[in-house]
Design a protein around this ligand. Structure first.
Ligand code: ATP
Ligand code: MG
Length: 402
């Protein structure tokens, strides 16, 4: 991609009200644009990162045998009334339709997937099954702040699994837990499995937390259980097993996994006929990853004072190629020829080909956008028949012969 053509260019300064690193750098770098509190447009650079994250998730879930679907963003009120969530889900967006009746904007999709599965499956032979989607969710969050970490419209991968026995659900749940570890690792994040309360139907659920100063949550490590606990579990400085806990750490919840058991299948009468011909309720699990929050968390965990340091697998571009031009037209032509040649060979490169831009500004943009490798071609490097290669993370520079 020619930087001269890229929409939009990086801003000279971060937006004034950007408090967190992800808000600051994602907006200044031209990855996202804020439309209102908690609502963002994803611009070409940001969308490249988001798609890479989504593709990692797809790849890993498909390997597990899950199937991708896409459910609607607008939901019938009746489904949400059936579970009681029309009244109890406090951040649900509710719309009035011109053709009559009310509609919910999808805040989660148990209310759609449960009756959907009931429509097609009903024998024990049909299970287990795992269905997922990657889609925007809508929640009228009161505290939409910290950039893309807490949005009112945000991306989520939601997987739902369906089982005929608790043992099968538990086995599957642990498999997903392993897959989650792989996904976060590939995204360049260390996300720790953290025990949280499980709601009415299960004692515990698990969250995946990225330990970083800017996190909203506080988690505690129990050296005896060798388990992280979420704040809400922790009573009087003790873990749920009664052990004394050490100081808490700030963290961002990037994903969570829940055993819903029969909570939704009972509401929608989702059953399967077993071997003896009896109808039994299906047991469900649900597994979320906040895809847009994940991008924000990667920035929170991977940046310095100059900008973002993207982990390789999710970087918008592998290489940021810079041509430095001076006053001498002949030399400029040579610099351009060499740079264009590199651009043709190096895949996945952002090429700053701008002519009247100061070198310092080009370097600042490269640091801000955060591609893992920066290559410079200039009069100085060509005089030695070299190009300069810099590692964004380590700052190490090496010269390479051309
Ligand atoms: P939180 O505790 O942060 O409010 P949650 O427990 O309500 O989130 P779920 O409804 O289970 O989260 O959603 C699954 C995942 O979606 C979360 O783990 C988180 O990564 C992400 N997520 C939830 N709410 C938001 C939001 N408002 N903006 C961005 N991502 C979100
Ligand atoms: Mg939570």
């Amino acid at each position: 991609m020619y930087y001269s053509k890229l929409f939009p260019k990086a801003l000279k300064k971060p937006p004034k009200d950007a408090e967190s690193a992800n808000a600051k750098y994602l907006m200044q770098g031209g990855f996202v644009h804020q439309e209102m509190a908690g609502v963002y447009s994803w611009l070409p650079l940001g969308l490249r990162v988001l798609k890479k994250v989504e593709d990692i998730i797809r790849e890993e879930l498909d390997k597990l045998g899950c199937q991708e679907i896409l459910m609607p963003a607008i939901h019938p009120k009746a489904n949400w009334e059936k579970t009681g969530n029309w009244d109890s889900f406090d951040v649900l967006f509710k719309l009035k339709s011109k053709i009559g009746g009310e509609i919910a904007l999808g805040a989660s999709h148990e209310e759609i997937i449960t009756p959907l599965v009931k429509e097609f499956l009903g024998s024990y032979k049909d299970f287990p099954i795992g269905l997922y989607q990657i889609q925007n969710k809508y929640r009228d969050e009161l505290r939409a702040k910290a950039g893309v970490l807490r949005g009112r419209e945000f991306g989520m991968k939601d997987l739902y699994s369906f089982h005929t026995s608790l043992k099968d659900l538990e086995k599957y749940y642990e498999k997903v837990a392993k897959v989650y570890e792989k996904i976060f690792k590939r995204c360049g994040l260390k996300a720790v499995r953290t025990r949280a309360t499980g709601g009415t139907f299960s004692k515990f659920s698990d969250e995946y937390q990225v330990i970083t100063e800017s996190g909203e949550d506080t988690i505690y490590y129990c050296t005896k259980c060798k388990v992280y606990y979420n704040n809400e579990l922790v009573k009087k400085g003790n873990c749920s097993e009664g052990h004394k806990l050490e100081k808490g750490e700030r963290a961002i919840e990037v994903g969570n996994i829940f055993k819903l058991k029969t909570k939704f299948s009972k509401a929608f009468d989702l059953t399967a006929v077993n071997k003896d011909g009896e109808k039994k309720p299906i047991l469900m699990g649900c597994y979320g990853i906040g895809t847009t929050r994940l991008v924000g968390s990667i920035v929170e965990a991977n940046h310095d004072k100059n900008g973002i340091i993207w982990p390789k697998e999710v970087a918008p571009y592998d290489t940021h190629l810079i041509a430095l031009f001076g006053k001498d037209k002949k030399i400029n032509k040579k610099v351009k020829t060499v740079t264009e040649k590199i651009y043709k060979v190096e895949k996945n490169t952002l090429y700053d080909d701008r002519i009247d831009v100061h070198p310092g500004e080009k370097f600042a943009v490269a640091d801000l956008i955060g591609a893992p490798t920066r290559i410079i071609v200039s009069e100085k490097t060509l005089a030695k028949k070299m190009i300069e290669i810099k590692n964004r993370k380590t700052g190490k520079i090496k010269m390479q012969k051309i």
